[in-house]
Structure formats: C-alpha cells, structure tokens
Design a protein around this ligand. Sequence first.
Ligand SMILES: [Fe+2]
Ligand SMILES: [Fe+2]
Length: 184
Amino acid sequence: MAKSNGRPLSYSRRVPTSAKDAIALLKADHRQVEQLFAEFEKARDKKRKAKLADQICKALKIHTQLEEEIFYPEFLEATDYEEIYHEAKVEHESAKRLIAELEADPSDEYFDARMAVLSKIVEHHVNEEEKLDGMFIKARRAGMDLDEIGERLQARRSELEADLTWLGKAKKLSTSAGTSSDVR
Ligand SMILES: [Fe+2]
Ligand SMILES: [Fe+2]
C-alpha cells in the first residue's frame, strides 16, 4: 500500500508500468498535462505551440475517455456520489467542446484564448478530483479495487492510443470519419 503523500520520483513525467493503482495512473496523467500546459505557455514558436496543443488535446481526450468509461462508473457504483460525478462529467464536456474547436481549426484567431480557457477548466477539474474530500479520496475510502481498475485503464489506454482516427491523427484524410471533431 504505497499510498499517502509519498509519490515515487518517477511520477513527475511518466508512470512506470508497474504502477497499477488507478488513482496513481490518473494523477500521473494530470501531472503530465500540467507540464504540457506550462510548456505551451512558455512557447513562442508557432510550430512548437501547435505541437504542444496537439499533445495536450490528445492526452486529454484519452484521459477523459478512460475516466468516463472505467473510473467514473466504478466510482458511482461504489459511492453513490452522483453530484460529484455529474459535475465531473459537465466539466469534461466543456473541455471536450474546446478540444473539438481547437482541433477543427488550429489557425483560428481564438486558438490561444481557447487554450487559455481549456487550461483553467482542466486546472479546476483536476483540483476537484484530487482535493481533500474530492473524488479520488472518496474513491479510496470506498474501498474500490484500484489495482484491478488500474489494469483496465492501462489496457484501454493502449487501445485508444492505437485508434488514430479517434485520436484525430487521420482527420485530414477524411472529413466523414463519423467519430468526434464535428461539434459546431
Ligand atoms: Fe476528470
Ligand atoms: Fe482526471
């Protein structure tokens, strides 16, 4: 039970494959996205900014999908905190709307503003999940099987990372892929 505050040093960037605990995995995603947002804010070169924005959008798409498919339903079943779950879902929806807009037109004059707002939404949302008495701590208290859920998160992540159409890498090849991106 390597819980409490003592995070292994390696968590700051990448999760070691042995880390199966669902909350540790999700928190590692949070740290990674925070790092990317910090780099985006410092970046001046247009190409670099575009690349970082793309990485941020993809990381957030995978993370929100994993939470919504696996972690949130388990949380709801284990705890009955429907309000927390609903708020989290609404925050995800706001983030996803912005991501779809960012991906639809990276040259839009509102691009930087959307990135700034996305950063704030994510910061707030991450705090809601990680704060004292937030979703993650409640999940731990409820005795959810976090190792088992963590294994499922990792397996599903591999599938999502391999799904290039869903991730948006193939969007220039087709305008009617039928998945995400068409929000307006
Ligand atoms: Fe979330
Ligand atoms: Fe999260």
